[in-house]
Design a protein around this ligand. Structure first.
Ligand SMILES: [Cu+2]
Length: 388
């Protein structure tokens, strides 16, 4: 262990002891250890399996920042592949609103949410997870799309300065959350400090609509919704901290209320509005993938509809059609597809409108094209009320 790390951990331990959290943390470590012990004996590396997988073609996926998706095919060419991904973990200070409120975020690849990964059913996802040496905490990754060993969490715990390579087979098509899950209290702490993202596992033959007819989307966006629990001082001002983890005791108190101070899309208030708005054209079919790693939410496209919605995220299910609002359960991702019919600025919101307008969960989609007066028109401009 590096000197800096051991000093940091020592000071963290002293801090936890002083705040009465040490016992809880020991308990947490014990619970996590039991879960790991349960997962570890089952893991037997098999050279025959490795030899078979070694015959497959390998491709490297270049990750991009949300709301964008990495370059990908919708219908897979050829058979299964090994898709290599490098996922660095950054602990970094982020501003989460226009007032300069700060969070020491725990991130995959430096963004909240982490980057969208896209593979096809039958592919192998080979992730090199890197915990940068400048970080202070232990991290790992639990893929809801993966099978076994706590979604990979039990096989991917790493200290600052370490990396681990985890490979898993994508056998379930759909959209799924991934998140850090280092054990007990650290699980909600890391997830509510931004450490989550999503993966899309497409059927090899591509997507099908509600009638079972194949279709493709023209664009796709990833909206990762994040609840933050920022501590306030006695005057009600949001507190600032020196380094990642320093808000631990205060943040746990706010988290216990279950009432977020911020509920945002893509890491901050306004990350997807104004100049950062998502874009589309009339006639384009757009997919919106929405994730929330810990809390229920209910996306709604104001002025449009969820024409095809995989609410629970499984592409094995027939999509629902023409939903006004759909539910994304905490700990899941869902997908919605809409073909735009009118130009204008659409608001894409969490339709708990308090969370949308007062806590930050609003995005915009700017759509260019020709107005369809048949679908809507203003018959009379606003004016004085007239006697009828
Ligand atoms: Cu973590």
């Amino acid at each position: 262990m590096s000197k800096i790390l051991s000093q940091a951990m020592e000071s963290r331990r002293g801090f936890l002891k002083a705040t009465g959290l040490a016992g809880l943390m020991t308990l947490a470590a014990g619970t996590a250890a039991v879960a790991e012990d349960a997962a570890k004996p089952a893991h037997q590396p098999d050279p025959a399996v490795a030899a078979e997988i070694a015959k497959l073609p390998r491709v490297r996926q270049v990750l991009v920042d949300p709301p964008f998706l990495p370059q990908h095919e919708q219908v897979a060419t050829g058979g299964p592949k090994v898709v290599e991904i490098t996922l660095p973990i950054h602990e970094k200070k982020l501003q989460i609103d226009e007032d300069g409120t700060e969070v020491w975020a725990l991130t995959f690849n430096g963004t909240v949410p982490g980057p969208m990964i896209v593979v096809h059913e039958g592919d192998y996802v080979e992730v090199t997870l890197q915990n940068l040496a400048t970080n202070l905490m232990e991290h790992n990754i639990d893929f809801h799309a993966a099978t076994g060993a706590l979604g990979g969490g039990a096989l991917s715990k790493i200290q600052p300065g370490e990396q681990v390579v985890l490979r898993w087979k994508a056998i379930k098509p759909g959209v799924f959350v991934y998140h850090c899950a280092p054990g007990d209290i650290m699980i909600p702490y890391h997830v509510t400090h931004g450490m989550n993202g999503a993966i899309m596992v497409l059927p090899r033959e591509g997507l099908k609509d509600a009638e079972g007819k194949p279709f493709t989307y023209d664009r796709a966006y990833f909206v990762g919704e994040q609840d933050f629990y920022v501590p306030r001082d006695k005057d009600g001002t949001y507190k600032k901290y020196e380094s990642a983890g320093d808000d631990m005791a205060d943040a746990l108190d706010v988290m216990r209320t279950l009432i977020p101070t911020h509920e945002v899309f893509n890491g901050k208030v306004g990350a997807l509005t104004g100049e950062n708005a998502m874009k589309a054209k009339v006639g384009e079919t757009v997919m919106f993938i929405h994730s929330q790693a810990t809390r229920d939410t209910r996306p709604h496209l104001i002025g449009g509809h969820g024409e095809l919605v995989w609410e629970g995220g499984s592409f094995k299910d027939k999509p629902d059609t023409n939903l006004e609002t759909w539910l994304i359960r905490g700990g899941s991702a869902g997908a919605m597809v809409y073909t735009f019919k009118q130009p204008g600025v659409y608001a894409y919101v969490n339709h708990n409108l308090i969370e949308a307008v007062m806590l930050g969960a609003t995005a915009h989609v700017v759509v260019e094209g020709q107005w369809n007066d048949d679908l809507m028109t203003q018959v009379q401009k606003p004016g004085p009320i007239q006697a009828t």
